[in-house]
Design a protein around this ligand. Structure first.
Ligand SMILES: Cc1ncc(COP(=O)(O)O)c(C=O)c1O
Length: 365
């Protein structure tokens, strides 16, 4: 059994993808070819925002967003310690300071009740993460940010396709960023990402930053990065996007089936989806004090599982200059010590899920 089975999807649309790749090979515009624009228009439509800028990864999407907001030395960005390292890495890369706020114990997303205490006169942005495919409480986060006149960047790397109060992830705040890493809900066959916004001026800036700060050829009003999405990846994503709405539905079905099989099991906390949210279950993550026993039992039956994220960011060496210690973010630390992500993809069968659930409910038998 695979943790994320990408081959099942590929089997479904391989001829279409090959055809799209062939078109790129035929026209030969490997950088910023016509597929890039076509994809950006389709993605913007999907998210229901005015603009999409595709880029080289989810990490670069976040970096481009922060650079466009001119975040730099001495600035603070409020974010969470329970996420993939990119979220805080890009803040540190710009010599700004990640200011962590703890997460909610049920959704594992930024706890809106803790944000105001973290805001200082140096706060330049709030960057919540929509973890495991469920949007953070963007409604409350946006309201707090608006009160303090601070922009919100949603790190929607895991939540592309998710819905919050009727609107799509990445279209919920001033800037939304996502990742097309192969294992993400919408993934390409390499690295890729995108930035979304309705703010024309910011978009113009982000478009330039993505391409070496270039406005027109050989004119560089801004310092930028080489952050473009390859035409080949755009071509692949165009085909994958066609079946993505159906895959989001299948993901929800798989997530709900897991809930049915596992909820109520003593010692297991299953994912909690807040009212108004619809998750795409980038990961299906349970909590258990017996995490290691369960993981070993699963492994014994050839079932992969991963502890995403076993070490929260405030305890990572990369962020030791921030001076945090164990106990600073108790919810994140507890979740990190108990989390276990199970096999999850749109094509996971009910039989496989039943086998996984049986092993979890009686790991020692
Ligand atoms: C929450 C989060 N943010 C950012 C990223 C970075 O995306 P990428 O791997 O495309 O750079 C990821 C990818 O795992 C992620 O999960």
């Amino acid at each position: 059994m695979q943790f994320i089975d990408l081959s099942a999807q590929q089997r479904r649309i391989r001829d279409k993808i090959e055809n799209r790749i062939k078109q790129v090979l035929d026209h030969g515009q490997y950088i910023m070819g016509p597929e890039v624009k076509e994809l950006e228009e389709k993605l913007a439509d999907f998210v229901d925002v005015k603009y999409c800028i595709s880029c080289s990864s989810g990490t670069d999407a976040l970096l481009i967003a922060l650079m466009a907001l001119e975040i730099g030395p001495g600035d603070e960005v409020v974010t969470v310690p329970y996420t993939w390292i990119s979220t805080a890495e890009v803040i540190a890369l710009l010599n700004a300071r990640p200011v962590f706020v703890d997460i909610q114990p049920d959704t594992f997303n930024m706890d809106p009740d803790r944000i105001e205490a973290a805001i200082t006169p140096r706060t330049r942005a709030i960057m919540p993460v929509s973890i495991y495919g469920q949007c953070a409480d963007m409604t409350r986060i946006n309201a707090i940010a608006a009160k303090h006149d601070i922009p919100v960047i949603e790190d929607g790397a895991q939540s592309f396709g998710a819905i919050h109060n009727g609107r799509k992830s990445c279209g919920l705040s001033v800037i939304g960023c996502t990742s097309f890493f192969p294992s993400k809900p919408l993934g390409c066959y390499g690295d890729g990402g995108a930035v979304f916004s309705n703010d024309g001026a910011l978009v113009e800036k982000m478009r330039q930053i993505r391409n070496h700060g270039q406005k027109v050829k050989h004119q560089h009003p801004l310092v930028g990065i080489n952050g473009r999405l390859d035409t080949l990846q755009a071509a692949i994503l165009i085909e994958k996007l066609k079946i993505f709405p159906e895959e989001c539905r299948l993901r929800r079905e798989v997530g709900q089936r897991y809930n049915g099989l596992l909820s109520g099991t003593a010692g297991i906390q299953t994912p909690v989806i807040s009212e108004g949210n619809d998750s795409v279950y980038a990961q299906y993550t349970i909590l258990s004090e017996e995490r290691d026993t369960i993981s070993t039992a699963l492994q014994g039956k050839g079932i992969p599982s991963v502890a995403y994220y076993a070490v929260p960011l405030h305890l990572q060496g990369a962020f030791s200059p921030l001076g945090h210690k164990s106990g600073d973010f108790l919810v994140a630390e507890r979740v990190a010590s108990q989390c276990l992500s199970l096999p999850m993809h749109p094509y996971l069968t009910a039989e496989d899920q039943e086998r996984i659930a049986e092993t979890i409910t009686s790991p020692t038998s």
